[in-house]
Design a binder for this molecule. Structure first.
Ligand code: MRU
Length: 401
């Protein structure tokens, strides 16, 4: 189970809090989400991010809104409740476009309450519809943790099966796919957690993950917190790391925001170049994702809408004000505790790192072709390609359950 301090989402009926990931790793601050506008803004500004976490926070924001007395008094009939839920989900879906989990959750929730209304027909009340919604949304939170633990188990088994390099087993990961990106445990980071738990992992390398630094801020935080032996590299160091450690890196393991029916995978920008270098160095490239990240409606990655984010994320860096003289003392510590002296200083500072006036291209994700992916690990098992085929058949795999 996730360590409580690495819990991105705290929910109980009627109340939702999220760990503000913009402030990590320097400060752990939970913020309350009580309205649809607050939930939408938290996802859009990336106070919460990561495909599964985005979907769950959207679903639970509406759960909180639905039990609020002002909403309850507004919803007189089952039809009004269904319409309110549908409209609210449509709004939440406009927060971020690439991760399919949000769209999948919204579809399942809307469909579930529509079915409830049809089943109970004339007898259905607004409260029946709200109750159905709460049941479905709350189940998503519970199921995500269990799914991730299964991904961890299957992924670790797969890596141990294909690894021929002996006791020194190292992996590289990208972005943040851990407790902070999910309801708990994590997907790609769940596999790393599972390997470490079995004492099979010698070392994990996490990329910085420019421009938003999910790797250095969030994954590094989780790895240090869990005491998993690990090293931070910048995105541009991965090929050199592979070249210098030819028999030590067992796999590159990443998450996914959307997997097409043929296995093409959208994930954090920089994933594609890691897959290319993995192929060059003959290292397995593994995608870890729950089946809610698979979009069977699209045949290939060409149909995935890639979010382009503001240029300021590339041209500036944000962080706490650091006393350079004390930097060496704190650089290997998990907590960057603020002292009485700097308590009055701003928590974060924005520093410009680019020439003024330069054009910026900031796609948040890229698409890795199925051809470069060795295996897709889901909570239902590991998907592989047929011999001699360059694509996965996600439909056949998921259809077999
Ligand atoms: O922009 P982000 O931080 O939401 O992007 C996150 C990723 O790309 C993750 O790898 C992906 O969502 C999987 S999280 C289990």
């Amino acid at each position: 189970m996730a360590n409580p301090t690495l819990q991105a989402i705290k929910y109980q009926r009627g109340s939702l809090e999220i760990l503000d990931q913009l402030l990590l790793p320097h400060e752990s601050v939970y913020i309350t989400l009580a309205t649809l506008a607050e939930g939408h803004a938290a996802i859009k500004t990336m106070q919460v991010r990561g495909a599964p976490a985005i979907a769950i926070v959207a679903a639970l924001t509406l759960a909180v809104v639905l039990v609020h007395p002002s909403t309850q008094s507004q919803l007189q009939t089952a039809a009004e409740a269904v319409a309110f839920i549908e409209t609210s989900l449509e709004f939440l879906k406009t927060s971020r476009p690439t991760a399919v989990n949000l769209f999948d959750a919204a579809h399942k929730l809307a469909h579930g309450v529509q079915q409830e209304a049809a089943l109970k027909s004339e007898a259905a009340t607004a409260q029946d519809i709200v109750n159905k919604y709460l049941e479905l949304a709350e189940r998503m939170l519970e199921e995500d943790v269990q799914d991730n633990m299964n991904i961890g188990k299957f992924g670790a088994e797969f890596i141990l099966k294909v690894w021929k390099g002996g006791d020194d087993l190292r992996v590289i990961t990208h972005c943040n796919t851990g407790s902070l990106a999910t309801a708990g445990y994590g997907t790609a980071l769940g596999i790393i957690r599972a390997l470490a738990g079995q004492q099979k992992l010698t070392h994990a390398y996490c990329t910085e993950t420019r421009p938003y630094n999910q790797g250095s801020r969030l994954t590094a935080y989780e790895l240090v917190y869990e005491k998993i032996p690990s090293t931070l590299i910048t995105d541009s160091m991965a090929s050199a790391l592979l070249a210098q450690n030819p028999d030590k890196i067992a796999a590159i393991v990443v998450g996914a925001d959307r997997v097409a029916a043929n296995g093409d995978t959208a994930n954090k920008i920089g994933t594609y170049q890691l897959a290319i270098t993995a192929r060059y160095h003959n290292v397995p490239f593994i995608v870890a994702a729950p089946s809610t990240s698979v979009d069977l409606k699209i045949a290939s990655g060409k149909e995935i809408h890639i979010e382009v984010r503001p240029s300021i994320e590339v041209t500036t860096l944000r962080g706490p004000v650091v006393d350079l003289n004390s930097l060496n003392k704190v650089s290997n510590e998990v907590e960057f505790k603020r002292t009485a002296d700097d308590a009055a200083a701003p928590v974060t500072e924005t520093i410009s790192i680019a020439a003024r006036g330069i054009n910026v291209w900031n796609p948040s994700f890229d698409v890795t072709p199925a051809e470069l992916i060795s295996a897709i690990v889901t909570e239902k098992g590991v998907v592989l390609k047929e011999d001699g085929v360059q694509q996965f058949d996600m439909k056949a795999f998921l259809g077999s359950f």
